[in-house]
Design a protein around this ligand. Structure first.
Ligand code: COA
Length: 445
């Protein structure tokens, strides 16, 4: 079967930055380490007043097309995944296509456009749709543009406020890709849950503590389902596990759960037994509470072992570096985690071609999906072309007063007009409203 996967990727961060330990924590009267150590976050990205999901998505796509020398005729499909959409009918992909048609020769009149919604997992679902479209032989030699773009804003004072973020990831999906090939094997864990939802409202209603539990429960189901088709996963076979990262502390929990699962009944469990005992088995307990106590005790001991720390340090921690600096990008978050891991590989001169990555996506409401990816020969060149460090370094750092203003300016229920804090350069910007309430955009050289 022909290899299908991600040929190229580009990221775009919101142009503003909020320092969590330095600016957010003092205002909330919290210990800065709650953010840096507990949630695992240093900063959040925010959109400036002229940025939104269209500008960030179009800017990531523009960089990608420009760098790869792509023209609209090379793209047969544009899917945007978002949970920050502002229109119940006209998809964001039409706005993005309109932006891109303004700067490239040709048009996207023969490209199929859509918008995917399932909380943060929609980016992975769009990626999956694009791969299936190509595998079905319906692409006529063209690739698919998949864009995950979100402004992850919470109501002021919500517990989720510390985990906000804004940014976009654009991916070009083709046959014989340069970056990663996707496995056809997949596992799902999906159930009707009300952990996080936005019933016709801009800011989410969230049961934060429950969302953490639902994430772990669905991810475990997805892993079991994946193993039922792909066979057992072994830690030695996997270079990185990029998980959906609402905040790195969430992934710390997912990593522990995953490691316990994939080492059960392996020589690793046997090796660790002398130090911390064997994993508790449910069938050995009459009482569920006692089983859960034993599990907690085992995981606490596991966390203290060198073996676990080494695995976590090489397989999970590298996926979190970018997230620590930008917060939650919702649909883009797991795709940024993949970039973060590969960037770590580049910076540490790792030989990754042929290595396997296990990708764990999650969307509240709720669904988890797990698939594998094989890193391709062109990965180094693709990742070296990114300018994410420059983007992060050039963000304007918000004071608390700036933050309050920018949050209000992006609040759909408020009519607040503010001066931008940054000057756009070679990017799309929001340019006011059209006669039918449509948003208008222009490219600034
Ligand atoms: N030093 C070190 N760690 C600290 C700390 C300190 N001073 N203070 C708190 N922490 C730790 C806590 O122990 C906790 O870690 P743990 O869960 O491993 O025990 C972590 O920091 C967060 O603290 P907590 O009190 O739970 O934070 P919170 O109640 O303000 O909110 C969420 C946490 C996740 C519920 C909240 O950010 C939220 O609602 N987020 C949005 C929803 C979301 O992202 N869900 C994830 C699934 S999609």
């Amino acid at each position: 079967m022909t290899a299908v996967g991600i040929d190229a990727i580009e990221v775009w961060t919101g142009n503003l930055k909020l320092d969590l330990p330095g600016t957010f924590a003092p205002q909330k009267g919290e210990d800065p380490e709650k953010y840096t150590k507990g949630l695992g976050l240093n900063a959040s990205s925010f959109p400036d007043s002229y940025e939104d999901i269209v500008t960030m998505g179009a800017n990531a796509a523009y960089r990608l097309m420009d760098r790869k020398g792509l023209e609209p005729k090379d793209i047969g499909r544009i899917d945007v995944a978002t949970e920050s959409a502002f229109d119940n009918s006209k998809p964001v992909s039409t706005y993005v296509a309109g932006c891109l048609e303004g700067v490239f020769d040709g048009d996207f009149h023969h490209a199929n456009k859509g918008e995917r919604k399932f909380a943060c997992i929609a980016g992975t679902q769009s990626l999956d749709d694009a791969c299936n479209w190509i595998r079905a032989g319906r692409n006529r030699g063209r690739g698919a543009l998949v864009i995950a773009t979100d402004t992850a804003l919470y109501a002021r004072g919500d517990a989720g406020e510390a985990t906000q973020g804004a940014g976009a990831v654009a991916m070009y999906i083709t046959e014989n890709p340069s970056l990663v090939e996707l496995s056809t094997e997949q596992g799902y864990g999906s159930a009707d849950e009300t952990d996080f939802l936005k019933p016709n409202q801009q800011f989410p209603s969230v049961d934060g503590k429950r969302s953490v539990q639902v994430y772990l429960a669905r991810m475990r189901e997805a892993l079991e389902d994946y193993e039922s088709v792909a066979g057992d996963v072994h830690p030695d076979d996997i270079a990185f596990i990029p998980f959906h990262t609402p905040f790195p502390g969430m992934v710390r929990k997912a990593g522990m759960l995953g490691y316990r699962h994939i080492t059960r009944d392996t020589a690793i469990e046997d090796d660790l037994a002398a130090e911390i005992g064997r994993q508790p088995r449910e069938e050995a307990f009459d009482d569920e509470a006692a089983y859960h106590d034993a599990l907690r005790e085992y995981m606490s001991a596991l966390k203290g072992t060198d073996r676990y720390a080494d695995w976590y340090g090489s397989t999970i921690d590298p996926t979190l570096t970018l997230s620590r600096e930008v917060g939650n990008w919702y649909t883009g978050s797991v795709h940024l985690a993949r970039v973060s891991a590969l960037k770590h590989g580049l910076e540490n001169e790792l030989e990754l071609a042929g290595e396997r990555v296990l990708v764990g996506s999650y969307g509240s409401g709720a669904q988890a999906e797990i698939h594998a990816e094989t890193i391709q020969d062109g990965w180094r060149e693709e990742i070296a072309a990114l300018n994410i460090d420059e983007q992060l370094a050039s963000r304007y750092e918000l004071t608390w007063a700036d933050y309050e203003e920018i949050h209000d300016a992006h609040n759909h229920d408020m009519d607040v007009d503010i001066e931008p804090r940054t000057t756009p350069e070679a990017e799309f910007v929001f340019d006011g409203w059209g006669p039918m309430g449509e948003r208008k955009y222009r490219f600034v050289d």
